[in-house]
Design a protein around this ligand. Structure first.
Ligand code: CAA
Ligand code: NAI
Length: 718
């Protein structure tokens, strides 16, 4: 709702009230309309201020209302009522003015912002466009290039930038409401002719055609199949080709097509999923709201390779004192330089003070005695990690949380090396660790709720989205990757090329196909793991070369590694690169010949595999594993899996995540295709539909928010 008051006798103040972000729910819109009419009808009131309760102007339309039938007054006429008012209306922007919130402010005659406020039109991130005049007013106010950039990226601008762009008229370090009231008094009675943005002429410039063409190219390149950014460009285009009223009609038309699209549903689902993962729970009943994190002021990182460096940067930027330990002298020197460079670049980019002095380097693990939390990031080698956990347990002060960045080793085996296994958890970062937003926090059967809560909180402090997951081989992300990769290998055996598989996945929306990603990460990484698991059998021939444990196995990746082809780092992998470390993947005739020779050796006849089969086999195998993970209680809900895949594995956000996508395709359809492929390939375990997807499909495929009801509570894990 909206609350009305009168200040200094002549200023009507309308305060939006809808915690936590004063979203424009039906009640708020009704409140604004009612209080505006009141302010306009009171003769003593000469001007109006619109502000939000609790230091937040407005977070935009109420996203929770999108699924329901529209009630209450619509936004567009409400904003027109404000703009058409004969008394000056001033928006007092504190906190945020986002989406419909900024559109409301653009309908006001003046805008005053607090210096810490953020303004933007983030609708594109929800699969929408600013549908309350934003695409028509903003270009008229600040010009096409700046409006296009803000609308197609959805990024938030600072108050200073908003002032520079001309979005706001004044910025204050004090109360924006007080400043707005003062301002409102000063403009009372003045003509508003020049203040109604909808009456401004369409933006003109000789190079507009070129600007739009470039913008369209840019969004098509970066959007990877997302329709909202492209539609945003079309809507802004209407502001230069059509008069305001017609432009509004076009905006509404385009908005309607987006509003009902699967992509908008996926992105809105994802918006809430990303927030839901912070409300974690475990099968044993430990919960986010009943488990108190411990304070962490000083942390240590052990091993300053690729991951340890990024983790140290993240910790320092979160304001912690860091002890960074690396035993190899050369590595230590290189790490120091690399970390300083990363911190410097980041400080420049984010405009924050340099955090270099937060990190103290050391070549001995003894230096970590007084820290509150340790993150181990040495080689992926169980024996080495065990030794380190034994050492840490002896060196660290009692109560220190011991974390590992392992990509998939057993957390409990490491915990068993320590005197306090309840203080051991996994903190699985993704490379580059100071950039990637995802953190899998892995609890073992003996990790305490407090340890889990501390690691989750630590991740948040580091600016990560932390997802709590159970302990199993590969946890959630890497465990699901295995059947996906396996299918990609099998497709090569059956006749596809890496380029064909990658193209299908990239057309689906992944930034990179599976083979390009493997080349980037290094093929030797998986090879080492497979070797440790006894899966690599060099020189094996005949049928046994392609079977492990009774299940189909492809040794293709192992054979490439045996040839020294480790991907980008060696200049050769699934693709050819111009030099070691090269980035541009080119199809490799050698590899095509190698695949032909491999097929001939194993009596495999290449066939033409269509797009649909490649996509379904890769994705449905991954999704099937996701259902198994839910059934095993490793992830608490489908949202956890989807957030992990979008943030950690390049799953296109506009497709919601693998579990959401399965629901969108239809669980019965996914099940039917899995059954079909499993019938064709009975020796591929990953294609055997897991019982949870069967159960859900048999129960008329309930909506995703009800899946948890169908998951049997697994045994207590915590
Ligand atoms: N509608 C409904 N709920 C919203 C909301 C919105 N617009 N914005 C935030 N919330 C909810 C969140 O879901 C969260 O709820 P829970 O506590 O139940 O999880 C709560 O408000 C707090 O949000 P955050 O955890 O994100 O808090 P924050 O302080 O980190 O961030 C924020 C605040 C920057 C406003 C962020 O919430 C945000 O970006 N919100 C979305 C803004 C947006 O996209 N607005 C456009 C809406 S679409 C639109 O306006 C269409 C149109 O043109 C007509
Ligand atoms: P890396 O090989 O780049 O670095 C490991 C570092 O640990 C080396 O600098 C090495 O000298 C150091 N080290 C070895 N023994 C040590 C000891 N006893 N004390 C101190 N330092 C020691 O390895 P990377 O890639 O950083 O991986 C580290 C861990 O992170 C592994 O467990 C890996 O599985 C995991 N991981 C790696 C990811 C990646 O993309 N590289 C992603 C997520 C997790």
């Amino acid at each position: 709702m909206a609350f009305y008051s009168r200040v200094s006798g002549s200023v009507g103040v309308i305060t939006l009230q809808n915690p936590p972000v004063n979203a424009l729910s039906a009640a708020v819109r009704q409140g604004i309309v009612d209080t505006m009419h009141r302010a306009l009808s009171e003769p003593e009131v000469k001007s109006v201020v619109i502000c939000g309760q609790n230091g937040k102007f407005c977070g935009g339309a109420d996203i929770r209302e999108f699924g329901a039938n529209m009630r209450g007054p619509p936004l567009v006429p409400m904003i027109h009522l404000i703009e058409a008012a004969e008394k000056p209306v001033v928006a007092a922007i504190e906190g945020v003015a986002l989406g419909g919130g900024l559109e409301l402010a653009l309908g006001c005659h003046y805008r005053i912002a607090h210096s810490k406020a953020r303004l933007g039109l983030p609708e594109v991130t929800l699969g929408l466009l600013p549908g309350a005049g934003g695409t028509q007013r903003l270009p008229r106010l600040i010009g096409v290039p700046a409006a296009l950039e803000l609308i197609t990226t959805g990024r938030h601008a600072t108050a200073a930038e908003a002032l520079q762009l001309g979005i706001v008229d004044e910025v204050t370090d004090h109360s924006a409401v007080d400043a707005a009231v003062k301002f409102a008094q000063s403009v009372a009675g003045k003509s508003l002719d020049a203040r109604r943005i909808s009456t401004y002429p369409s933006p003109r410039s000789p190079d507009l055609a070129e600007i739009f063409e470039k913008a369209m190219q840019e969004v098509r390149r970066s959007a990877r199949g997302a329709i909202a950014p492209v539609t945003c460009v079309q809507a802004v285009h209407a502001s230069v080709t059509l008069p305001y009223a017609k432009g509004m009609e076009r905006e509404r038309e385009l908005f309607s097509t987006l509003f009902t699209s699967g992509q908008a549903h996926a992105l809105q689902y994802y918006f809430f999923a990303q927030r839901a993962v912070s409300r974690w729970s475990t099968p044993s009943g430990a919960r986010w709201d009943t488990s108190k994190p411990r304070p962490v002021r000083k942390a240590a990182v052990i091993g300053l390779g690729t991951m340890g460096r990024g983790i140290s940067v993240s910790l320092a930027q979160a304001g912690l004192s860091v002890v960074a330990v690396e035993t190899q002298e050369k590595q230590l020197l290189e790490a120091k330089q690399a970390v300083s460079g990363m911190l410097e670049r980041s400080a420049k980019r984010r405009g924050v003070p340099l955090a270099d002095d937060k990190i103290k380097y050391n070549c001995s693990v003894q230096a970590v005695a007084d820290v509150d939390l340790v993150i181990e990031a040495v080689f992926e080698d169980m024996a080495l990690k065990k030794t380190i956990f034994q050492q840490l347990s002896g060196i660290c002060k009692p109560g220190t949380l011991l974390c590992t960045n392992t990509s998939g080793l057993d957390i409990d085996e490491l915990a068993s090396q320590t005197q306090s296994p309840e203080l051991v958890v996994g903190m699985h970062f993704f490379a580059p660790a100071h950039v990637m937003k995802l953190l899998e926090v892995v609890y073992g059967p003996r990790s305490s709720p407090e340890a889990l809560a501390t690691a989750m909180e630590m991740g948040k402090k580091m600016g990560k989205v932390s997802v709590a997951v159970g302990n199993c081989r590969g946890f959630v992300g890497n465990r699901m990757l295995k059947p996906y990769l396996e299918q990609a290998f099998f497709l090569l055996e059956e006749g596809a090329t890496p380029e064909q598989v990658d193209q299908v996945l990239e057309e689906f929306g992944f930034a990179m196909g599976v083979f390009k990603v493997s080349d980037l990460s290094g093929l030797d990484v998986g090879w080492k793991v497979r070797k440790a698991d006894g899966l690599v059998v060099p020189g094996s021939t005949g049928k046994s070369a392609r079977i492990r444990g009774g299940s189909r196995y492809s040794p293709l990746g192992d054979l490439l590694c045996e040839q020294g082809r480790f991907g980008q780092k060696t200049g050769r992998g699934w693709y050819h690169y111009d030099k070691p470390g090269g980035r541009v993947a080119k199809p490799d005739p050698w590899l095509h010949g190698f695949l032909e020779e491999y097929r001939a050796r194993h009596g495999l006849v290449a066939r033409r595999i269509d797009h649909q089969e490649m996509l379904e086999r890769c994705l449905y195998a991954l999704i099937n594993e996701g259902f198994q993970i839910l059934q095993d209680g490793i992830a608490a809900g489908p949202e956890d899996i989807d957030v992990i895949y979008v943030l950690g594995y390049g799953w296109p956000r506009h497709r919601g995540g693998p579990m959401f996508y399965a629901g969108l395709v239809g669980l019965d359809k996914v099940l039917e295709r899995l059954e079909h492929y499993h019938q064709v390939y009975p020796d591929v375990l990953g294609l055997k539909p897991c019982s949870l997807i069967r159960k859900l499909a048999a129960s008329s495929s309930p909506p995703i928010h009800r899946w948890r009801e169908f998951i049997q509570k697994p045994r207590s894990q915590l």
